[in-house]
Each structure stands twice: as C-alpha cells, then as structure tokens.
Design a protein around this ligand. Structure first.
Ligand code: CTP
Length: 399
C-alpha cells in the first residue's frame, strides 16, 4: 500500500504526540520507509527513542548536527520524501510555515521539499478558531498544502470543542489518499453498505444491527486507490465519504432498483449491505394500534436477492458478497458463494469478540470461487477493506 514510499513524519510539541506514535506504526505496517523529525518541544512529550525503535531509522532533531548531516541531511530528507506529514502540527508551527520561517530542521525540510505536505493540526479550540490561525491555514491551503481537520472533543486543557487530533487511522487514510498506489485507477466499484428498513407502518420497521462501517471503509479505500466509487447505502449514521457517489436508500426494493441500474457501469460489485430478506406483505397506512390482542403476527414476503440476481448476469464483473453467520460459518459461506455465483465471499462469525456489526474491527475469511479459503486475523475494518481490494485486484483483467 505504501511500499517504496518515503514519508518524513514531522512531530511538533503537543499533547497529541502520543497519537503520532500509533500513526508511525500504521505507516510502517503499510510498508512505508519513515524518517522522523522531532522539534525540540516534541521531545518534551515523547523521547526520540520511541520513534527510532518503531521506525527503524535514526530520529532527526537538530538542524546542524554533523553526524546526522553526514547520514542524511535536511535537504536530502526533503528530496527523498514522497510525503512530509506533520502530526501533530501546533499553531506555532503552522504559523511559521505560513510566514516562510525556516529556523529548525522540520521547518527547513518543509521549505525545501517538493513533496506533498500534510498538516494535522491539534490545539486548544480558541487557538483553532483564532483568525490569525485561520488565516495561516487558509494561506497554506491556497498554496497547495494539505490539512486533516481536527475533531471535536474534550481537549487536554479542559475545553470542549474542535482541536483534537483525529484517530491515527483517519490521518493514515488521508496520507494514503495522497501518496498510496492508484491500482484501481480506471475501474468503477459499486459498493453497498448498511442495513435496509422494511416499514410496517409510518412509525415502525424491521431492520438489523448493521452499522455500514464495513461498506464505507471499502468505499473509502477504493476511492483512495483511484477507483470511481458508487456507494448505495441503507440508513446509517456515517458521513458520506468525500469523492464517492453516494446514493441513499431505505428498503431492500429501493436498493435492488439502484444496484441493478448502476451495476452495468461497474467492474466490481461488493455487497457489504445487510439486506432484509423479507418485508411486510402490507404496510399500514396509519400507526398500528395494539388493541386487546396479546400476540400478533406480521405476514412477510420475500425481498429480491440482489446479489443472486447480479450473479445470474455476471459477465466479466467481479462479484463479492458478505456473509454474517452465527453457526457453521464455512459451510453456509461456501453455499452462498456457489449459489450466488460469486468470485469472493467474505465470511464472518458475528458471535466472535471483535467481529460483527457495530465495532471498528472484524475477523473475516475470504472464500474464493477456486475453492480456497484465507483466514485473516483480527483487524480494523479499514485493514479488511485493503486486504479485500488486494484480493479483488488479482481477479481484474490487467490493462
Ligand atoms: N444479499 C442481497 N440481497 C438479499 C439478501 C442478501 O444482495 N435480499 C447479499 C448481501 O448483501 C450479502 C450476501 O447476499 O452480500 C449474503 O447475505 P446474507 O444475509 O448473509 O445471506 P442470505 O443470502 O440472505 O442468506 P441467509 O439469510 O439465509 O443467511
């Protein structure tokens, strides 16, 4: 994913420095060669040794250090970088760069580089809102520097507001979008996510626990790897991913209509949605009253199986399904793979800790049409998405 990429990770002094450690770990895991530069105040929070141990490279701290200069000077660091990533970036550091000041190793490197530069500001909310800071960031953005916005939350200083450094994974994803390989360029991926809702009456519905997180992770990862992405999502509490054509639907029938219409444009269809298999035969016009009855039955009728329909007219399209099971995982999964004419089925046992609907992680197996099964360890949904895309890539015709 970041194999062969050189990242200069600039760490400035803020309480969020600890998140830069996790960010470094993610970069290394993705195959990047990371060189860390720490400002003097960053070293008050975490020692260079932590970054050195994790990166496997010496940490750079001084502008004029004979030993460091001999190895890899600030100019050569600036030259060899594919990305200079400043995380966390203090208001002071952003202000310095915005005003052309280069008085330490990190600001000199930013000044000297022709690589992409991504700032991850983290600061007190009043500083974040200060017109001076806003002006500095705006100026840098106009010059082509990139920023990941801080998130809302409780800040170290006790204030509530915007200013917190986002999750390392979010920062990693932004960095990856800037320099990661675009191995899906020219391809269109249709992804479905979330649950569907089958209305009983104007105030009630049948649904399931799907959060949409897995499908959204796949949509973002595909976009970052250069694909055109169409996301058809059931009702979820997630923001539409930037740069993804997102279509919102409610019921399985609506999802069926949208997916079958868009499928002709897609090279790959990934159905991560948890589609309701049945809907009420009748939807009450008014709220159903409980009356005096102790029990009640709702007659249900079968929804179309979207994936099975696509499997019937598959052509050269790569078809990927998901199966959330609570028992006999492999047997059920293999049956679905064959019955729906899929290339890959992603199976997960939702009763396992760390797998399932609302969490950030998943434990999955990939079953493929050639009879193979690959078992993956517990990983984040973003990581599962990357692994799945790696698999899909092997099935796409080489251009
Ligand atoms: N699926 C679909 N349309 C449906 C039901 C399921 O497209 N009406 C897709 C899902 O998006 C998923 C795959 O089929 O990719 C498997 O879904 P799942 O609910 O696990 O399996 P079902 O085929 O519905 O079988 P069962 O409910 O009996 O386990």
């Amino acid at each position: 994913m970041l194999q062969g990429k050189c990242v200069v990770l600039g760490v400035t002094g803020g309480i969020a420095v600890y998140k830069a450690v996790e960010l470094l770990r993610l970069m290394i895991k993705a195959g990047a060669d990371v060189h860390v530069i720490m400002t003097r105040s960053a070293q008050e929070f975490v020692t260079p040794l932590t970054f050195q141990t994790l990166s496997g490279n010496p940490v750079h701290t001084e502008l004029f250090n004979l030993i460091q200069e001999q190895d890899i000077g600030h100019i050569s660091l600036a030259d060899s970088a594919d990305l200079v990533l400043i995380a966390p970036a203090t208001a002071n550091f952003v202000g310095k760069v915005a005003n052309g000041i280069a008085d330490d190793l990190l600001s000199t490197t930013v000044m000297a580089t022709k690589a992409k530069v991504l700032f991850v500001p983290a600061m007190n909310t009043n500083m974040w809102e200060n017109p001076l800071y806003r002006q500095n960031q705006k100026h840098l953005e106009e010059l082509g520097y990139h920023f990941v916005e801080p998130v809302y939350g409780e800040l170290a200083c006790g204030w509530q507001g915007q200013g917190k450094m986002p999750d390392p994974q979010v920062v990693f994803n932004s960095a990856h979008a800037l320099i990661g390989s675009k191995d899906f360029a020219g391809k269109t991926l249709l992804v479905t996510a979330g649950p569907t809702r089958e209305e009983i009456d104007p105030v009630r519905f049948l649904s399931n626990y799907s959060s949409g997180k897995m499908g959204f992770a796949i949509a973002r990862a595909s976009r970052d790897r250069g694909a055109r992405v169409i996301l058809v999502s059931g009702p979820v509490h997630l923001a539409d991913p930037k740069g993804v054509e997102t279509i919102h639907v409610t019921s399985a029938q609506e999802m069926y209509r949208e997916v079958t219409e868009k499928a002709s444009e897609a090279d790959v269809v990934i159905k991560a949605a948890a589609v309701a298999d049945f809907r009420p035969v009748e939807r009450g016009e008014q709220k159903t009253k409980k009356g005096d009855t102790e029990t009640m039955a709702i007659a249900l009728q079968r929804n179309p199986d979207i994936l099975a329909e696509l499997g019937k007219q598959k052509g050269s399209r790569v078809l990927v399904g998901f199966a959330a099971e609570t028992e006999k995982l492999l047997r059920h999964a293999r049956e679905k793979l064959q019955k729906k004419n899929l290339d890959i089925l992603v199976a997960n046992d939702v009763t396992q800790d760390g797998a399932g609907f609302d969490g950030e992680t998943n434990i999955v197996r990939f079953l493929t049409a050639d009879g193979q099964t690959e078992e993956l360890p517990l990983m984040t949904k973003d990581e599962v998405a990357e692994k799945l895309l790696d698999r899909i890539l092997t099935l796409l015709p080489k251009d």
